[in-house]
Ligand binder design. Sequence first.
Ligand code: NIG
Ligand code: FE
Length: 433
Amino acid sequence: MIAITNIRQLITMAGPAHPRTGGELRDIGLVEDACLLVGEDGRILAAGPRAGVSIPPEAQVVDAGGMVVLPGFVDAHTHPVFAGQRADEFEMRAEGSTYQDIAAKGGGIRSTVRLTRAATPDQLLAIASRYAFWFLRGGTTTIEAKSGYGLTLEDELKLLRCIRRVSESTGLRCVPTFLGAHEIPDEFRGRRREYGDLVIHQMLPAVTRERLAEYCDVFCEPDIFDLEESRRVMLAARSFGLGLRMHVDQLSDSDGSLLAAELRVQTADHLENADRFSLQALQRAGVQPVVLPASVYALGSQLYPDARGMIETGLAIVLATDFNPGTSPTTSMPFAMSLAITQMKMTPAEALSAATINAAHSLGRGSDLGSLEPTKLADFVIYEARDWREIVYWVGVPLARSVYIGGHLVFQASLLRNPDRFDVHEFQNSVGP
Ligand code: NIG
Ligand code: FE
């Protein structure tokens, strides 16, 4: 049993058991001068004002040093398994090329696919584990992790098996999503329907036989998987028992969100080009929108999704990084939240709800993750901050100090100059009142 004491602000996110909408998004369950008690099973026993929590003598006490504690972030949209990087394309875009220009010339997703196919399972595990630690040290304790850089039966299985191994070896919780319909690979250029057949008739059966994925996703764009092909893949995935997520209306307004509403998928992601009419359709269908402002930012675009419109429409908005080597080279949820606040005018509280409890609901984990309430899993982070808003205000500064998953410490920041002597007490003194 562990007791985290001396918490200046505990953000519990306690609230209704459904995905949060409207005014609910602003209620973060802030408790001052708080204590958190975690049982042997890694679940929360108590989370509230210090005076109301009695600490059993056998508990191991961790002094939070008068700092802030938040639930771990739940990043509900990432592409974390790939070889190589695309810094060259980042430079090309600065010089005027567009993402689509680069993709049409054989760069983009297809270039990452070539490198990822060449990597062995162990090489991929080493690469992806490095990114898993980036997530952890940024305060993210759960990610949704997509395949999609293999695009052959064996290579897609290789990526999904890698996701499972990364989760086992690093402790980062991973919810796997099969994204075989991410791009048309080189060997199927001009034969989109045949590639769709491969996804539906060979990949989906093998992925589900090995229970390698909980969700299936598709990159719905006119030049990649158009509405008809996207519908076909999604319906097949549903018949195999997978939950559905979709990349829609990212690069063009192509009615992808209307298809997402028609199919009543779990999430419609991106939505940069979705209008109010589409948002209303998503709301009626009970679809959660996932906004990914870091990918807008890294593409050098100004076209952020209409997050305020989503909230006004009553949608249970989710915020994620979209971590991938092409459009979003970041694992940082605080950075995504900062963009949500400055570019999409979400309030810090709305951004936090979208990054924790609503994200957990979008992954079918709303009763286990996303808030710090009794019986939920003890995934939480102690930050170097005395006001929780500092976490998004000090932009680009990593403030997570101690990251816990299921009550186990998985990351601890240390000071290089004097690592042995660093502890949270000393740290508190240097922060001051
Ligand atoms: O979400 N849109 C499709 N997939 C990614 C980009 C992947 C890549 O460029 O490698 C995204 O932005
Ligand atoms: Fe994506």
